[in-house]
Design a protein around this ligand. Structure first.
Ligand SMILES: Cc1ncc(COP(=O)(O)O)c(C=O)c1O
Length: 493
């Protein structure tokens, strides 16, 4: 435990010993949670089922109810008010995916003898993604390979587990550590917690890219992997992966590029002539890459690809057992049974969109991002962080950015709040390339800034929660608040 963390804990525990502070905190939480519960549970007053109903409900009734929910929920993302989340969303594309999902609804890749078609789809998804990441650049000893997983988090966690086991076996590392920029996705921290890998965070520079010098300093004999993002979730910045992966290669350490967000954008952006630094297998130090098909790959939610530079590494990901009474058992990823329909839909998406479709989509996204960046730059109270391509974060030196976030929420937008530093971001998707959306965003943002400047004292929304998270003694309490939020999601009434 570092000294800073220890100090925070002491302050927090001291605060807890004072009943008055505690009561104040509790009251504050209860107010926050009541607000949150209202917006997280809009269906509180509809029919709910705490137990399986004695007699089944008619299928027509179920479909009618679900259609109602769906219709209430789809406007916000269809009309382009949401950051990220739905990356394609055209009706024709959705109808096609739904047909593919229906055709394959029973299939399960765990039983590849029954559904060999899914094995074919997955092998080809991995190959297509690998070739996009320049599998052709590796030397003849290596061969890019990988697996399909359920999403970015699983791809990242699989890679971290692979490196832990590989380093234990090949290097005898018993106290593994990972060197990860603070801006890398939370999934790396999750992997550190789940797999007992010590997290060594490194800071970012004034452009929000990992500090190479700090990476060098953080590496030691227990380092199993260095991580870089292409780009990062918070600020859309591509880390200096060339230099970082060289440090790894020279020290014979693995290097993971997290291209969950950019894997299906950057290769096309490069072909379109945008300045994209190298992040893929053309860099000899890069040993694995995660790339999410369910984001800018435009597949249905529930697939991602984890790629390795060679099959030896991939073997450390696979699970096999030959002494289980249930028979010989093996599975490539964390799950046992898996939805083959999602892999089928992913395969169908990749081959139906095709290279031309991805190039067109990327061109539209980049052009829309340019309009939005230009619009934000015209607002003197806001500053864009770093020099992003299409995931755009902005902060303010003059006004509370979380109040802007709330004012945008009141105007129908669903943007992402960031902290350290306090900021907001929008990840541009095909939904934002629709006619009028970029203009509406800029106009609403200008109005939101004017509103917050006129009434800086408004209460409620996300501002107080981020305020609590930023205050040293109460930060642990925010973790508690988040757990209670998850409890709320699982409440029936
Ligand atoms: C850079 C990056 N890595 C990993 C992830 C995790 O992906 P998922 O939500 O699919 O688990 C995300 C999600 O936005 C991301 O932006």
């Amino acid at each position: 435990m570092n000294i800073k963390k220890k100090t925070f804990e002491i302050i927090e525990n001291t605060a807890k010993k004072f009943p008055a502070i505690n009561r104040m905190l509790e009251k504050e939480y209860d107010k926050l949670l009541a607000d949150i519960e209202k917006s997280a549970k809009p269906y509180k007053n509809t029919e709910s089922y705490a137990s399986i109903p004695e007699m089944g409900i008619s299928k027509e009734e179920i479909l009618k109810k679900m259609t109602e929910f769906q219709q209430k929920e789809e406007d916000i993302w269809k009309k382009g008010f949401v950051s990220g989340a739905v990356y394609h969303g055209d009706n024709e594309h959705i109808d096609f995916l739904n047909k593919v999902l229906a055709l394959n609804s029973q299939s399960n890749p765990l039983h590849s003898d029954i559904w060999p078609s899914v094995a074919k789809y997955e092998a080809e998804i991995v190959s297509m993604t690998g070739n996009m990441m320049h599998a052709d650049a590796v030397n003849e000893k290596d061969e890019v390979c990988g697996t399909v997983s359920s999403g970015g988090t699983e791809s990242i966690m699989l890679a971290m587990k692979t490196y832990r086991d590989w380093a234990r076996d090949k290097k005898g590392i018993k106290k593994p550590e990972m060197v990860v920029p603070v801006t890398a996705h939370a999934a790396f921290d999750k992997a550190s917690q789940y797999f007992g890998i010590k997290m060594r965070h490194v800071d970012v520079d004034s452009n929000y890219a990992a500090k190479v010098k700090d990476v060098k300093k953080a590496v030691n004999k227990n380092t199993i992997v260095i991580v870089g993002s292409a780009p990062t979730f918070p600020h859309g910045i591509i880390d200096p992966i060339e230099e970082m992966s060289e440090i790894a290669r020279k020290r014979k350490i693995s290097f993971h590029t997290d291209a969950c967000l950019g894997g299906f954008v950057l290769p096309w952006a490069e072909k379109l002539g945008y300045e994209v630094p190298l992040f893929d297998f053309r860099l000899p130090g890069v040993t694995s890459i995660s790339a999410d098909t369910h984001k800018y790959g435009y597949a249905a939610k529930g697939t991602s690809v984890i790629l390795y530079r060679n099959t030896q590494l991939r073997h450390y990901q696979f699970y096999t057992t030959s002494d289980w009474p249930g028979g010989l058992y093996f599975s490539p990823t964390f799950a046992g049974s898996r939805p083959g329909a999602l892999s089928a839909a992913c395969w169908a998406t990749l081959i139906s969109v095709g290279e031309k479709g991805y190039l067109d989509a990327t061109r539209q996204i980049m052009e829309t991002a340019e309009k939005i960046k230009k619009g934000i730059a015209e607002i003197p109270e806001l500053q864009i962080l770093g020099n992003p391509l299409w995931v755009i974060s902005f902060a303010s030196a003059d006004i509370d950015i979380y109040k802007i976030l709330d004012a945008m929420t009141h105007r129908g937008w669903s943007l992402n709040g960031l902290h350290k530093p306090s900021a907001v971001h929008i990840a541009i998707t095909l939904r934002h390339t629709q006619e009028g959306v970029a203009g509406r965003f800029v106009k609403d943002l200008k109005d939101a800034v004017a509103e917050v400047k006129a009434q800086p004292k408004t209460k409620g929304g996300m501002a107080p929660i981020y305020g609590l998270a930023a205050s040293v003694p109460f930060r642990g309490a925010v973790d508690d608040l988040l757990k209670r939020y998850l409890d709320i999601l699982y409440k029936i009434k």
